[in-house]
Design a protein around this ligand. Structure first.
Ligand code: AR6
Length: 169
């Protein structure tokens, strides 16, 4: 039985087994959630990302995939890095966005994580409209078979929270 919860706040302040990062395929950090996670989590996360690049993801982590590292100084056991699609008004990339949630939860299951905190993937720099992103995130979270007990969406700001809350019902 999986419970979906919503929180308004900064994901780097959350306590969870796994915290999901809206990364880019380089895995070497960036702005938004990615920057915040690396800043608060400290250099161990970047070091682990560099190792992953050198070993398995020399060409980068593909969009829609997910991979775990240490969570460094964050109050979590793991950070799960996933690469959201850039929003396109001419091409339907919804399946790739759903895949970020599915793959992150698959990795969480492999790790044995029971609580997983997600940001609203692709809704910042990658410009996905919040209402549509919330629909995809919640539909995927509701329907995926997983041993994760709590899927927590951590929304940055009141507007994003309200959009998710309106869709969760
Ligand atoms: N906690 C929770 N949510 C946050 C936080 C935070 N600390 N900071 C921002 N958000 P974004 P993307 C929200 O841009 O769109 C990076 O440079 C934000 O308001 O972080 O998937 C990566 O390296 C928005 O709603 O991720 C990639 O290059 C949501 O998190 C690129 O951005 C996602 O915004 C990925 O873009």
């Amino acid at each position: 039985m999986t419970t979906i919860t919503l929180v308004q706040g900064d994901i780097t302040r959350q306590s969870a087994d796994a915290i999901v990062n809206a990364a880019n395929s380089s895995l070497l950090g960036g702005g938004g959630v990615d920057g915040a996670i690396h800043r608060r989590g400290g250099p161990a996360i970047l070091e682990a990302c560099r190792t992953l690049r050198a070993s398995r993801y020399g060409k980068g982590l593909p969009t829609g995939r997910a991979v775990a590292t240490t969570a460094g100084d964050l109050d979590a056991c793991w950070v799960i890095h996933t690469v959201g699609p850039v929003f396109s008004s001419t091409e339907d990339r919804s399946e790739l966005l759903a895949s970020c949630y599915r793959e992150s939860l698959r990795v969480a299951d492999e790790l044995g994580a029971r609580t997983v905190a997600f940001p609203a993937i692709s809704t910042g720099v990658y410009r996905w409209p919040m209402a549509d992103a919330a629909r995809i995130a919640l539909e995927t979270a509701r329907t995926i078979p997983t041993a994760v007990e709590e899927i927590r969406f951590v929304l940055f700001g009141r507007d994003a929270y309200d959009v998710f809350a309106g869709r969760l019902g």
